[in-house]
Ligand binder design. Structure first.
Ligand code: HSE
Length: 430
């Protein structure tokens, strides 16, 4: 008789329960597809008595993550606790050290400790799989590791955070305030318990740094992501974006730059006619440009119970079939040290929103500062006077370097007639 794959689930929140439901509910189909039964043998969670709406009476409870990591009756441990350190890290490290395969949904963990954990896994020929960590239900890790293995990747562009995309879409559609829309995203289970990382770009940066490592064969460098969140976006920006023919998306971009790799997360004006502009709500999307394949586009739900559990079960199925892969596609011993490219030299168009006192000569001063840094203005809009006597001035620049724009903004913000804060949004070109 074929032996079961014996699974331990650590963490029984939305994703843990979603995973259990698929494994239990689709047991026959998964057995046929994997060639052996996938059996949940043990679970662990902080609160044993909580009603989670599923019957766990046949499943053993592990008293701690340490007990689960050492349990001789388990083949694979699924980590769904979250967080870069603490129980999640202890469980994954100990489970690998005790010869167990690991599946995790934890982007912070992989972005922070991925190389070290990959080394432990590969030394013992164990799987460390994390499809659910990036872009929820989109099989982007599998696509990069398998379907695109023949390609040298030149660029990745992603909408990698469902919560921020949901917030941007909903603010644009309903003109409701940021806080109100954020609370709704939390109630729907998209946002992290502490939504700071969703909003400030950290969650997308975690995910991007993982994709970068796989795509470019470099060690994961989460700290090298230049990251801006969506906190600075005001309802006005959506209005101006529409006037210029754009929508606003939080993009995560990894590309070859001058002298090395560049990784960015930032709100972006995306041309309204491009597919990325149509990615709404909790959906994620990833564009991968490869030398052989050209441009490929992936889209799907980036968060929530079903999509995340779908990705976790896919990894468990690979373990069941014995389909082990190097953790970051390139074996960890051959990953290159991360080479940082020159952020300042990167060029593009910029949207600038300034709040200025309505006095003669202000625009002339701003124009002079931009001209001194070789920043050329493509268009400029000024509308109405606000209650405090300020006016909003919006500028679209021609191609300029990051450094020129940063220097110019510093000069503009130092003017007496310019109020803080100003807003800078990069513009994606076709
Ligand atoms: N909070 C994350 C998001 C969940 O909004 O995309 C999936 O990682």
């Amino acid at each position: 008789m074929t032996t079961s794959l014996r699974i331990g689930l650590a963490g029984l929140g939305t994703v843990g329960i979603g995973t259990y439901k698929i494994l239990a509910g689709q047991a026959d189909m998964l057995r046929d597809r994997c060639g052996r039964p996938l059996e949940v043998v043990a679970v662990s969670a902080r609160d044993k008595s909580k009603d989670r709406g599923v019957d766990l009476s046949d499943v053993r409870w592990a008293d701690s993550v340490h007990a689960m990591a050492r349990d001789p009756d388990l083949d694979v441990v699924v980590e769904m606790i979250g967080g870069a350190d603490g129980d999640a890290y202890d469980l994954v490290r100990d489970a690998l050290d005790h010869g167990k395969h690991v599946v995790t949904a934890n982007k912070a963990l992989i972005a922070t400790h991925g190389v070290e954990l990959a080394r432990r896994a590969e030394e013992k020929s164990l799987t460390l799989a994390y499809e659910a960590a990036v872009a929820g239900g989109i099989p982007i890790i599998k696509s990069l590791r398998e379907g695109l293995v023949a390609n040298k990747v030149s660029r990745i562009i992603g909408i990698l955070n469902g919560t921020s995309n949901y917030i941007l879409t909903t603010m644009e559609e309903t003109k409701r305030p940021f806080e109100d829309v954020l609370s709704e995203a939390q109630a729907l289970g998209y946002a992290e318990a502490d939504p700071t990382f969703d909003i400030d770009g950290t969650d997308a940066a975690h995910k991007l740094s993982i994709l970068t490592s796989i795509a470019f064969g470099a060690e994961v460098a989460f700290d090298a992501v230049r990251c801006e969140g969506i906190e600075q976006i005001s309802p006005l920006d959506f209005q101006y974006a529409a006037e210029f023919g754009y929508r606003i998306k939080l993009l995560a971009i990894a590309e070859e730059g001058e002298g090395g790799l560049l990784q960015f997360v930032h709100p972006t004006f995306v041309p309204a006619e491009t597919p990325m502009a149509d990615i709404d709500g909790v959906y994620n999307a990833v564009v991968v440009e490869g030398d052989a394949v050209g441009r490929t586009v992936y889209e799907g739900r980036g968060a929530g119970e079903g999509p995340t559990a779908s990705a976790i079960v896919a990894d468990i199925a690979d373990v069941a079939r014995g389909q082990a892969q190097p953790v970051f596609l390139t074996p960890v011993a051959k990953l290159q040290p991360y080479r940082q490219g020159d952020f300042d030299a990167r060029r593009g168009k910029f949207y600038l929103r300034l709040s200025v006192k309505d006095r003669p000569g202000v625009i002339a001063q701003i124009s002079r500062i931009l001209a001194d840094r070789d920043v050329s203005i493509e268009s400029i809009l000024q509308k109405g006077t606000e209650a405090d006597g300020a006016v909003v001035v919006v500028l679209m620049t021609h191609q300029s370097s990051e450094k020129a724009i940063a220097d110019a903004l510093a000069g503009i913000e130092a003017l007496d007639d310019v109020m803080q804060p100003s807003c800078r949004i990069r513009v994606m070109e076709l």
